[in-house]
Design a protein around this ligand. Structure first.
Ligand code: SF4
Ligand code: SF4
Length: 149
């Protein structure tokens, strides 16, 4: 029987999503573009979030300034692919990819549910007073309470 794909994010597993559906799953929160800190000698140490955002992020536009070339411009920018889903726990707890990997529902404010791109703003990077990374910035000065694990 053919699946009803109206709410594809509820009816499909991550590996079943088309390219466009995969892209639409991203809520645009920008939280994955924030720098994180973790004890280099302890893989099990908590990942601490900062409000310092990648230099390639456009805060006003609320998105990557060069999404098509992001992996060339920023080698540390991780490609989110279904083959890496098992590693998604470094992502924010609200990240749609992480939630769906664990078969959890999207939050009620997700743009796919509200139909409004802006509905993510109170829950994303804009709510954290982000600062753009610079060469000399000390990430430890910008730690925030949110943890990704
Ligand atoms: S944290 Fe997840 S939902 Fe938010 S911008 Fe990054 S990939 Fe998209
Ligand atoms: S290159 Fe773009 S998508 Fe990647 S971390 Fe930086 S701002 Fe985010």
């Amino acid at each position: 029987m053919k699946k009803n794909n109206t709410h594809f994010w509820e009816t499909k597993q991550l590996h079943e999503l088309s390219h466009d559906e995969w892209e639409a799953l991203c809520d645009g929160c920008g939280l994955c573009c924030l720098h994180k800190l973790q004890d280099e000698e302890d893989d099990n140490a908590p990942v601490l979030m900062t409000r310092v955002v990648c230099h390639c992020y456009d805060i006003d536009a609320g998105q990557c300034s060069d999404y098509a070339n992001r992996h060339i411009k920023v080698p540390g920018c991780t490609a989110l692919t279904v083959s890496r889903a098992a590693q998604f726990d470094w992502l924010p707890q609200t990240c749609a990819y992480r939630l769906r990997h664990h078969n959890l529902p999207l939050p009620s404010w997700h743009p796919l549910i509200t139909g409004l791109k802006e509905s993510v703003r109170p829950h994303g990077i804009h709510a954290l007073n982000p600062v753009i990374e610079t060469e000399n910035i000390d990430l430890e000065d910008y730690l925030i309470e949110m943890k990704s694990n």
